[in-house]
Design a binder for this molecule. Structure first.
Ligand SMILES: [Mg+2]
Length: 340
């Protein structure tokens, strides 16, 4: 149903003379500037409702319905008007009657809204039918046009909003992740640690942090080039991600250093997780342009049993201290360090 389609008109009257009048005046070739019209005629209220129901089911409601108030022997136009209104709020209904005992106000109350219910008294001049049809057709078209513009506008707003949301999500991702490895960046992993510390401060459960460093990374870069170094970083990040649980956060802390935050985890469990990372990387060589390269990790573990007394800096410094020990004692190993 668009602003430019044919105007569909339903007209119900038990008098043949009236039906002929509708036919003559609302002929689709009538040349009315608000046409063309498609006229459907019937002589009973029940028939009018059946036709309107079918039209509504097809999603093509009548723009205008002329309904005679009395159409014996069946139910009259007022009943039909109520039914039509229930089928479509948009249909403009014109009640037509030759009986002076029908109170227009009563009709208006029974078939709201009042601006979509008009009233003509018989005898009707053909020109009146023409004027009603023309005016109501013009209004129908204008309403459809407004609807189209509004829908077009809503679509545009939806598209723009979706594009903005996508751009925002990309920006947010870039601000919170490391571009090379796709892992959370330093800011994000520190935020995760801060969140875990305040949560464990409330629950009394411990938090562990693990500092991971790739052994001899500089010599990998020197021997194979920086692109090879990037490949190694990506491969190790990917392998560590697979070795962890979804609620552990591992981020790239800087250079070849990674920081892991493990919620609800004490010393022993943290050492097990750290050892799993170390072994998972050391046990399987990395393939680099057809060659294999053995890479190892040094890992430092720190933990906070009572998070209320442990700040981020203390905990990270302790993990750093442990990492230093692992390096000192020959690399490719895990070492703990109690904070404070
Ligand atoms: Mg009648």
């Amino acid at each position: 149903m668009t602003a430019t389609s044919t105007i569909r008109i339903l007209a119900a009257d038990d008098e043949e003379m009236m039906r002929n009048l509708y036919r003559q005046v609302l002929d689709k070739h009538s040349g009315d500037m608000h046409g063309p019209y498609e006229l459907v005629l019937c002589d009973q209220g029940e028939a009018a409702v059946a036709i309107a129901r079918e039209a509504a089911a097809e999603g093509d409601a009548f723009a205008i319905a002329f309904l005679d108030v009395r159409m014996p022997p069946g139910r009259g136009g007022l009943w039909a008007a109520e039914e039509l209104r229930a089928l479509s709020a948009a249909t403009q209904i014109v009640m037509v009657t030759g009986y002076s005992d029908v109170d227009p106000e009563n009709i208006e109350q029974r078939v709201p809204p009042s601006d979509r219910l008009l009233y003509i008294q018989k005898p009707v001049h053909p020109f009146e039918i023409r004027q009603f049809a023309s005016t109501l057709a013009a209004r129908w078209r204008m309403e459809r046009r407004i609807q189209e513009i509004q829908q077009g506008f809503e679509r545009l707003v939806e598209e723009r909003t979706a594009a903005l949301q996508k751009a925002y999500a990309e920006l947010e991702y870039r601000a919170t992740h490391d571009e090379l490895t796709g892992l959370p960046n330093r800011t994000t992993v520190i935020e995760a640690l801060s969140k875990e510390l305040s949560r464990s401060g409330r629950s009394g459960r411990s938090v562990a942090v693990v500092m991971v460093d790739i052994d001899h990374f500089k010599s990998i870069n020197d021997a194979h080039g920086h692109l090879a170094g990037d490949t190694v970083l990506k491969a190790i990040a990917e392998r560590m991600r697979h070795l962890l649980r979804p609620y552990d956060t591992i981020g790239r802390f800087g250079g070849e250093e990674f920081l892991l935050v493990i919620p609800e985890c004490g010393r022993e469990d943290a050492l097990l997780v750290a050892e799993r990372l170390r072994a998972g990387v050391a046990d399987q060589a990395i393939t680099l342009e057809g060659r294999t390269l053995s890479v190892t990790l040094s890992v430092g573990v720190a933990w906070a049993d009572d998070a209320r007394h442990q700040g981020i800096d203390t905990l990270v410094a302790a993990a750093d201290q442990a990492l230093y020990r692992a390096k000192e004692e020959g690399r490719n190993r895990v070492r703990p360090h109690a904070p404070g």
